[in-house]
Design a protein around this ligand. Structure first.
Ligand code: ADP
Length: 471
């Protein structure tokens, strides 16, 4: 196994989280250290220009001088107004009236002259400030003419060096970066483990399940998604266990049911060979038993095939209009030999017997109902078959007056291999698959079905088919 699986959720989460922490730190360094000078300069230039524009907007108004003074105090900028000869006009202190300070001729030509010549109203210069390492910002603009004089405005401010601030910030950032990187790595490591833990637990449980341990339960604690997944897996495990139990039962039952007739066939064969071979009467009885057992085997295998076909759902329904009475009569003809033994089958029809269903499958249901009625008739040799058109369908019921089914078994009889009496004698019951085939067929049709039974008095098995042309 690799030490670090880059595709695991835990490692992915850890990488993303740590990556994000590094990204944020790099951003912080860039903004705080690398670009801080140009940020500062841009902001300072904007402030200086704002002062210049505020002052020049008030040129010609009575509170022009007040504005100049107020703006000078703001941001520590020096605001000055010159006339066209470069002589300082405002603000002036008492000595200025005597000395008349003025801008250097060269500077005036360089900075102010272009304003009136080049049709440009304002300029901003950033240049090294004489004698220091600092830079200065100079904003100049032409104010306008008054009393025959042209006036110019200059606003200058100094860019303080940010190096010392940067140094302090750098030291702080180093500490912050180290702490947050360690925190990010450690925290995300533990978080990612917690995040991935329920999933790896689940994988462990699933492996156990795969090895054949069906008693496992998936841990449903944790996040909603994990909870849902675990619940689904638990449900699937339950169903799987049921199927496996059923398969075990089925194999046990099937092998038992195959073994009994085979043993009988073998032992009767041996009896014919050793004893009854020359005794025609006895031999005839033995051969008859062998034939009956062979028939039973054929019926049993057919039932199994039917069941697996219906259960797997491969046999799609072929719905058509069916006369249930005719279908019942046709089915009864297979029991004709029983009439010789005194059995009586009575059909009672009320309304129309026309239904929509798959004839061959419903025939099988009717056959199983009747054959059970006969099997469990206990010498009460009468069966009543009612076909009744009702409001929401055509009901077909098969009523016998035999042994009946006790309350506790009523639910179970539709299951595969369920037998109401534990000590059944195989010769007088079927394969234990009949009703389960009926149930599958009726559910495939979506027909309501059921049984009413009183122990010792008899049972009535019924289903309600869809009516053809309902009015
Ligand atoms: P089997 O082949 O054993 O008859 P079925 O699936 O047809 O299997 O029936 C399941 C069980 O239901 C039977 O073993 C029997 O105990 C009970 N049962 C079915 N039909 C009747 C009935 N008409 N009267 C009494 N018990 C019945």
């Amino acid at each position: 196994m690799k030490l670090i699986d880059r595709r695991s959720i835990g490692v992915r989460f850890w990488l993303y989280f740590s990556g994000m922490a590094i990204f944020i730190l790099v951003l912080l360094w860039l903004l705080q250290i690398v670009f801080i000078n140009s940020f500062y300069q841009t902001i300072k230039i904007r402030q200086t220009e704002e002062i210049g524009r505020t002052v020049s907007a008030s040129f010609g108004t009575p509170n022009f001088e007040g504005t100049v003074l107020r703006e000078s105090f703001r941001q520590n900028a020096s605001v000055q107004v010159y006339n066209e000869e470069g002589i300082l006009v405002f603000p002036l202190n008492p000595l200025d009236y005597i000395f008349q300070p003025m801008v250097d001729k060269g500077d005036f030509e360089r900075y102010f002259r272009p304003l009136t010549q080049e049709n440009t109203k304002e300029f901003t210069y950033v240049s090294p400030y004489e004698g220091t390492e600092n830079s200065a910002i100079l904003y100049v603009t032409y104010l306008g003419e008054e009393a025959g004089h042209k006036f110019y405005l200059s606003v200058s401010s100094i860019l303080d060096p940010v190096d010392s601030t940067v140094e302090i910030l750098k030291n702080q950032l180093v500490i912050i970066s180290i702490i947050s990187l360690i925190l990010a790595f450690v925290l995300s490591y533990f978080l990612s483990r917690r995040l991935a833990k329920p999933l790896s637990n689940m994988a462990k449980t699933a492996r156990q399940l795969g090895r054949g341990d069906y008693d496992v339960t998936f841990d449903t604690r944790g996040y909603t998604e994990v909870h849902d997944l675990a619940q689904t897996l638990n449900y699937a495990t339950g169903e799987l266990t049921k199927t496996i139990e059923l398969r075990k039962d089925l194999i046990a039952n099937v092998s038992h049911d195959l073994k009994t007739p085979l043993t009988l066939i073998k032992s009767y064969g041996e009896m014919i060979r050793d004893i009854s071979g020359d005794l025609p009467e006895l031999r005839e009885r033995h051969i008859q038993t062998i034939l009956e057992e062979a028939d039973y085997l054929t019926g049993f295998v057919n039932d199994l095939l039917d069941l697996s076909r219906v259960e797997s759902g491969i046999s799609a329904l072929e719905l058509e209009e069916v006369d249930l009475e005719a279908l019942t009569r046709e089915t009864l003809s297979r029991f004709a030999h029983l009439e010789e033994e005194g059995y009586e089958f009575v059909i009672h029809l009320k309304g129309s017997p026309m239904a929509i269903c798959d004839a061959s499958k419903i025939r099988q249901v009717i056959y199983n109902f009747i054959s059970n009625g006969v099997n469990y008739s206990h010498n009460q040799k009468r069966l009543d078959i009612h076909i009744t058109e009702e409001e929401d369908g055509v009901a077909l019921s098969v009523q016998d007056y035999g042994i009946g089914i006790s309350q506790e078994h009523l639910e179970g009889i539709w299951e595969r291999y369920y037998r109401a009496s534990a000590n059944y004698k195989r010769s007088d019951v079927g394969t234990g698959l009949g009703l389960s085939i009926c149930k599958n067929i009726l559910e495939l049709h979506g027909f309501p079905y059921g049984v009413n039974s009183v122990e010792g008095e008899g049972s009535t098995f019924y289903f309600v088919a869809t009516k053809a042309n309902p009015q």
